[in-house]
Write a protein that binds this ligand. Structure first.
Ligand SMILES: *Cc1c(COP(=O)(O)O)cnc(C)c1O
Length: 369
């Protein structure tokens, strides 16, 4: 198919100037070992399909009507799960949409927004889309985040925690420090991967949700895409004090007032209610991550201590781009970022034991050659 020549004559200046986020590819081949976009290797809870099927079969007219604009059943399930008030919970079409509403609700001010220089690459894209001056604060040389380097006037701070693509976790103490040093800024903690994180002392929380009653300026976002195996359903959420949630709700109702369709609301609610399945699959992913770390380390890789469902690792000779290319030729897809400081690393999603076997065999062969 030949590509049509695009005529931008009728475009807005804004549309002309955008440089959009590029998602990891979703090739449609069979037998591909797809370890590039941090999807969960396990299927979602069987309760999800049951709930969606039930909605479609038993309430034949369900889709004739608009969905609940406030997604109340889902928000109640999330409030119960995290022991929050209903008005401390917001939901949207994936956390990417929630983050867009965050930028529009809190960051459109004179003062800049601060984010780590190596982090989720959607933040600078949104900065551009929403006309927000986003300043990137360099990570330390070990890729950690030092809250002291955020000491400058700002209207917001946005940090992925654990960070991507490094996989490293920032402590709740550091997050509390950021929030108390910036009382007039919204501190957004993007916890897309938090369900795979654990404290050494297992009884202590790792999620900044545990801080939102103490700090009125902390907003936590999460997603069903990673730990709940529902990337295709598009559900994300935010947790924060009722005033922050109200701002997001107003912005939502000025943009897209029925964000979650009925199937997404039903499926996501069923997923939250199946706590047993959730905990079990998260633990299985964590166990697989640890075994993959051991195997890669044995091959001479430097592996950052991951608290996510992916691994950020440097091949012995740092030739990450060549390794990614060689793997691709064998149908194994991992993510390589051709960016300063991280171009020697590969981001590898935790997969099934069979996928790990295939990956490690391919790498063993490759590094022997
Ligand atoms: C995957 C991811 C998201 C986006 O999640 P969706 O809910 O699928 O939109 C947001 N932030 C980070 C850091 C992610 O890795």
């Amino acid at each position: 198919m030949s590509e049509a020549k695009i005529d931008t004559r009728l475009w807005s200046t804004k549309a002309r100037n955008l440089s959009p986020y590029v998602p990891g590819e979703q090739p449609q081949h069979n037998n591909l070992c797809k370890l590039n976009t941090n999807e969960n290797p396990y299927p979602p809870s069987p309760k999800v399909a049951e709930a969606i099927a039930q909605l479609l079969v038993e309430q034949a007219t369900a889709l004739r009507l608009y969905p609940d604009p406030e997604s109340d059943a889902l928000r109640s399930a999330l409030a119960d799960f995290y022991q929050l008030e209903h008005n401390q919970v917001f939901v949207g079409n994936g956390s990417d949409e929630v983050l867009a509403l965050v930028f529009a609700s809190f960051f459109l001010k004179e003062r800049p927004v601060l984010a780590p220089d190596i982090s989720y690459s959607f933040y600078p894209v949104y900065g551009q889309t929403f006309g927000v001056n986003l300043i990137q604060i360099p990570l330390e040389s070990d890729f950690s985040i030092d809250p002291d380097s955020y000491r400058q006037p700002c209207s917001g701070i946005i940090i992925a925690n654990p960070n991507a693509p490094t996989g490293l976790l920032l402590s709740l103490d550091a997050i509390g420090k950021l929030a108390s040093e910036h009382p007039n800024a919204v501190v957004v903690i993007d916890e897309a991967y938090i369900d795979f994180a654990q404290c050494e002392d297992d009884s202590r929380p790792v999620s900044a949700i545990s801080l939102i009653n103490e700090y009125d300026n902390i907003l936590v976002t999460q997603t069903f895409s990673k730990s709940r195996s529902l990337a295709g359903l598009r559900v994300g959420m935010a947790f924060g004090n009722a005033s922050l949630i109200e701002a997001l709700t107003r912005m939502k109702n000025s943009f897209n007032s029925f964000p979650l369709d009925k199937l997404a609301q039903a499926g996501a609610t069923a997923s939250v209610l199946d706590t047993e399945y959730f905990r079990q699959t998260c633990q299985q992913v964590i166990d697989l991550r640890e075994s993959l770390t051991v195997d890669l380390t044995a091959l001479g890789y430097t592996v950052l201590p991951s608290q996510t469902n992916f691994i950020f690792a440097r091949p012995k000779n740092g030739n990450a781009s060549a390794v990614a290319q060689a793997l691709r030729e064998q149908g194994i897809i991992v993510r390589h970022f051709d960016k300063p400081r991280i171009q020697d690393y590969l981001r590898i999603t935790v997969g099934t034991p069979e996928q790990h076997k295939r990956l490690i065999e391919a790498l063993t062969e490759l590094h022997r050659a």
